[in-house]
Design a protein around this ligand. Structure first.
Ligand code: GCV
Length: 675
């Protein structure tokens, strides 16, 4: 018995009576049996079809390289693309690479798993291509087995400073490949202690083995790198990127690393941030640091993913002018066009840090000649830590759709490489997995893992469809045998979809109001503490007094707003056109400022917090309506989380409302209990 769930790859027996003869023979074109990824695709199909339909398909491999143009001559396939069609009653999967074939295989398995008709699905032929070149996960796993901001157990990559490889490793690769992930960073961006030695003989063999497993599923292994490795493990006294000794050390080191871990895709670097070393120590720019490494790894096909989360975390809270929100842009904008071709700047979605609501980072649209990758967080650090349900895909959809007004491009246009014609671009998520049975602590948090992969692969998918499909795939394994219709499939899927789609707005309601963010217990970032970060060095201030709240980020204030293109600047700086959900991020307003719905800011705070807690309780009731319909384990595990959320949302409600009532003395118009 595995001690972990198969999640959406549950492959339960299907009892519908669809005609499945088309699945008896499946042809792969463009690859032969020497392609490890295609072989894994074939194994996956065999296992899945046997379990679900009791079919043992004949898999016929084609000739490598034959498929550049698909059989109907209409499309040229790129490396990870695939086409599925029906020909003489058999399924043909065409691709240029094993990875394309693998994605095609998972497509077929999903079709069967959700009980869709194969002829309907593939009769006319489909061509599927990923929206983003890189679709990555960042694990913040530490080598001692802890996970920074991990809410679902311990690491399954590391224990006691050793790398762990077991059955779960392969199943993890299968799971994430099935939703189109093609790159994984296994270790925390804060590279310290044993992790600094990842690029030494101590770990090479294991990393090579791990890289090989991943490569078998079209996934490239990446490592987070300690920028000051020359000092920490190299015995030099400097990490100056322009110092010849430093460069020479890296040259030798990288030759060794890529020789010992041949499948390595490259490195992720957090420099000059939150205590991590970087080029600033030597008076150099972020480009100097990134380019030095990129230049060296180029000959091995390596990529340097360089994070833009660079800011001063030792700020004086008394200082009105410094604004943390400005720092990413301040440090990187002027370097546009100065990065090597194999450097990708990894930019968090907002200028602060994964709050429940933030404006989009002005770096998107601020750089026209630099590879960019969007970083989001599915680990719910600030969004309920996988104890509260918070389905983040609707939020990610908004982020991707944001018009940067750089050539009228959306964030999705930029990070897909469509605007600049670059291939080193994409999306990454700070991952939410651990060694818990269900991988993500909260069963419903699995929808964020599944959803991120699906969205990064196809940014045109709707959040609702992603939610529904996840519910359908996951619950079909959670429920067990018998047909979907018989076990109230539609009710289950609709209920879960509704819960998921409501969850982010509900969470936002009882959280910090109107985009101001933070108000969490420092350090752990869980639970309400309105002034927790107010007089701290982290640069995250709401500035509430008895008259007003919010940060003036217009040109009269910190000037952050000027980092946007003119259209967006205008929208944000005008209190009338600033989206209300971000009002306090951009403006300092009196509590009696009247919002578009006629409510004052203070009444809005009271109302949303009462509503949020009520709605959280309703989500639990909706979940309860599934009792007896879904697996008992999933039902009970999740009910426990909902019970906590319902209580904890009241805590949020009461702490926030009481804080503002005490600060302002303004009564709730509805006379509800505030303490
Ligand atoms: C990995 C936030 C988190 C840190 C995290 C950091 C980052 O500050 O609280 O735990 O460090 O972001 O993204 O590097």
């Amino acid at each position: 018995m595995k001690n972990y769930s198969d999640l959406w790859l549950g492959y339960k027996k299907k009892t519908h009576n669809r005609d499945c003869k088309n699945l008896n023979k499946i042809s792969f074109t463009g690859v032969d049996e020497t392609d490890a990824v295609a072989v894994n695709a074939s194994e996956e199909l065999k296992t899945g079809l046997k379990t679900m339909l009791d079919i043992e398909p004949e898999i016929v491999f084609g000739t490598p390289g034959v498929t550049g143009t698909v059989s109907n001559g209409s499309e040229i396939l790129d490396n990870e693309e695939y086409r599925i069609s029906l020909s003489d009653g058999e399924i043909v999967v065409e691709a240029k690479s094993g990875t394309g074939i693998l994605y095609g295989a998972f497509d077929i398995l999903r079709t069967v798993a959700v009980e869709k008709d194969v002829i309907e699905a593939y009769g006319k032929g489909i061509v599927v291509r990923p929206s983003n070149p890189l679709r990555m996960l960042n694990h913040w796993d530490k080598m001692n087995g802890d996970i920074e901001r991990g809410y679902s157990g311990e690491s399954f990559f590391f224990a006691d400073n050793e790398i762990v490889i077991n059955e779960r490793t392969r199943d993890y690769a299968r799971l994430i490949a099935s939703v189109g992930i093609n790159a994984v960073v296994i270790n925390n961006v804060n590279v310290k202690d044993a992790a600094s030695y990842m690029i030494t003989d101590r770990y090479y063999d294991k990393l090579a083995e791990l890289g090989e497993i991943f490569a078998g599923y079209g996934i490239r292994l990446f490592l987070s790198l300690n920028y000051a490795s020359t000092i920490e493990i190299g015995g030099l006294d400097s990490a100056d990127p322009l110092d010849e000794k430093v460069i020479a050390w890296w040259r030798t080191k990288m030759a060794e690393v890529f020789d010992r871990i041949p499948t390595l895709g490259g490195f992720l670097v957090k420099a000059d941030s939150e205590g991590r070393p970087g080029p600033f120590t030597y008076g150099r720019t972020q480009a100097d640091g990134a380019n030095m490494l990129a230049d060296i790894v180029k000959e091995y096909g390596g990529i340097i993913v360089w994070r833009c989360f660079v800011y001063n975390c030792k700020q004086d809270w008394r200082d009105e002018k410094t604004d943390r929100a400005k720092s990413g842009y301040d440090y990187f904008h002027s370097l546009d066009g100065k990065f090597e071709e194999n450097v990708i700047l990894q930019i968090k979605n907002g200028p602060m840090d994964f709050q429940v609501r933030e404006p989009i980072s002005p770096l998107f649209g601020g750089m026209e000649n630099t590879n960019q990758m969007l970083e989001v967080q599915i680990a719910q650090e600030y969004t309920g830590q996988q104890r509260h349900v918070c389905f983040l895909i609707p939020w990610f959809k908004e982020i991707l759709a944001f018009n940067t007004h750089m050539k009228e491009a959306s964030v999705a246009d930029i990070v897909s490489g469509r605007v600049m014609g670059n291939k080193n671009a994409g999306m990454t998520a700070v991952c939410n997995t651990g060694d818990d049975y269900n991988w993500t602590g909260h069963d419903l948090a699995g929808a964020n893992l599944y959803g991120f992969g699906k969205l990064a692969f196809d940014t045109s998918l709707s959040a609702t469809d992603i939610a529904a499909n996840w519910a359908r795939l996951y619950l079909s394994q959670a429920i067990g045998e018998s047909s979907f219709a018989k076990r109230n499939g539609e009710k289950i899927v609709n209920t879960v979809k509704e819960i998921l789609m409501k969850s982010w707005p509900v969470y936002e309601k009882y959280n910090a109001p109107l985009g101001i963010g933070w108000m969490v217990v420092p350090g752990i970032h869980y639970g309400p503490d309105v002034d927790g970060y107010e007089y701290s060095p982290w640069g995250t201030y709401h500035k509430a007094d008895l008259h007003a709240i919010g940060r003036d980020r217009t040109d009269n204030g910190t000037g952050y707003v000027s980092q946007y293109r003119e259209e967006n600047k205008k929208m944000y700086e005008n209190v009338e056109t600033c989206p209300e959900e971000l009002l306090l991020f951009f403006h300092r307003l009196p509590y009696n400022y009247v919002l578009k719905n006629g409510k004052t800011v203070i009444q809005h705070i009271y109302d949303t917090h009462f509503e949020g807690a009520e709605e959280a309780a309703k989500l639990m009731e909706e979940w309860k309506s599934l009792e007896g319909l879904i697996s008992k384990d999933v039902y009970e595990r999740t009910l426990e989380r909902f019970t906590h959320q319902a209580e904890h949302s009241k805590e949020w409600r009461d702490v926030i409302n009481s804080y503002f009532f005490r600060k302002t003395g303004i009564k709730d118009l509805q006379g509800r209990e505030i303490y």
